[in-house]
Design a protein around this ligand. Structure first.
Ligand SMILES: [Mn+2]
Length: 323
């Protein structure tokens, strides 16, 4: 349930706006783009002018999203309201941060643990399994007519953020919202196939490298792997092709904390962290300038892989020992 005051505040913001700029985070995932496009369909239905922007182009496996062609990398005109979805800091907007910072009003809809807390109206629930679930609640509270396109967009957010209803955030609400979205015409078969069953060959080869060379420590409870720039060059894979790799490491029966260190471009290291149960990898990520959820977090920095390993691994060992 959403607090009625928040629903009212949201209604007031959109009815006072002439034109809305919708944005989401760098390296957008299914929840990010599904929410941004679902919001765009809603504003279109209300006759409110809008544009959708994202720093990065949609990844290959999200090209099927209805309305994906509307996503621009820079706004084409002025707006007076911003709506940002699935992120909690303007920095995560990348090159678009200044465009949103200068808007007179900003609405934030999100499920991450806030650390910057920007925005005039904040519809944030850190317990929501996906931002798409919060938007579905909002639309239901507003009696929005849910079209099949909107439903497919929001359902993509729920399916991807819950790992196809396998992760711990798969709550009764995630399932009941998903059921209502399927009823409204959300195409769950298409989503599952496009998102999870169309990886490029280069991605499968890169996963092979990772699995062959992974390191296990502390009675096989900590698992990590490195993919350096040479690996990306040899396979022709890109960083988006590593989506889900860290979960492969966490899926090993004994593993409680998993990490991958990637260097898709020389000198820049991206780290993905996953954990089971009480191990809080978001706390580890925050210590080194990243963020995320308790069981799924990440960070990136300018460094050599060796330096990144030295920075992160002792913290992961400590995290495993303390929880
Ligand atoms: Mn999300």
């Amino acid at each position: 349930m959403l607090a009625p005051e928040l629903v009212e505040a949201f209604r007031r913001e959109i009815s006072g706006a002439t034109s809305v700029l919708i944005g989401t985070h760098l390296n957008p995932d299914g929840d990010a783009l599904g929410c941004a496009l679902g919001m765009a369909y809603f504003l279109g239905q209300e006759g409110i002018a809008h544009e959708v922007v994202c720093h990065h182009a949609p990844p290959f496996n999200l090209q099927f999203l209805p309305g994906v062609g509307k996503i621009r990398q820079t706004p084409s005109r002025k707006h007076d309201l911003g709506i940002i979805v699935d992120l909690d800091s303007l920095e995560r907007l990348g090159s678009l941060a200044p465009n949103f910072a200068e808007l007179p009003r900003l609405v934030v809809i999100d499920h991450h643990v806030p650390h910057e807390a920007p925005g005039d109206v904040r519809i944030v629930d850190t317990h929501a399994p996906a931002t798409a679930v919060i938007i579905a609640r909002l639309f239901e509270a507003m009696d929005v007519e849910m079209t099949p396109e909107m439903a497919t967009c929001l359902l993509t957010g729920v399916v991807t953020d819950t790992g196809s209803f396998r992760f711990r955030n798969t709550t009764a609400e995630a399932l009941s919202v998903a059921a209502r979205l399927v009823e409204a015409g959300g195409n769950i078969n298409r989503i599952s196939e496009e998102v999870f069953q169309r990886k490029p060959l280069s991605s499968a080869r890169l996963l092979g490298y990772l699995l062959e060379r992974m390191t296990l420590e502390i009675d096989d409870r900590l698992c990590y792997g490195v993919l350096d720039f040479q690996d990306f060059l040899h396979t022709g894979a890109e960083d988006v092709d590593t989506e889900g790799f860290v979960n492969e490491l966490l899926s090993i029966r004994t593993v409680e904390i998993a990490a991958i260190f990637r260097e898709p471009k020389p000198g820049r290291v991206r780290v993905s962290l996953r954990s089971r149960g009480d191990h809080d990898v978001a706390a580890v990520a925050r210590e080194i300038g990243g963020g995320g959820h308790k069981n799924a977090a990440g960070c990136s920095f300018e460094a050599e892989i060796e330096e990144a390993l030295e920075l992160v691994l002792p913290r992961l060992r400590a995290c495993l020992a303390s929880s």
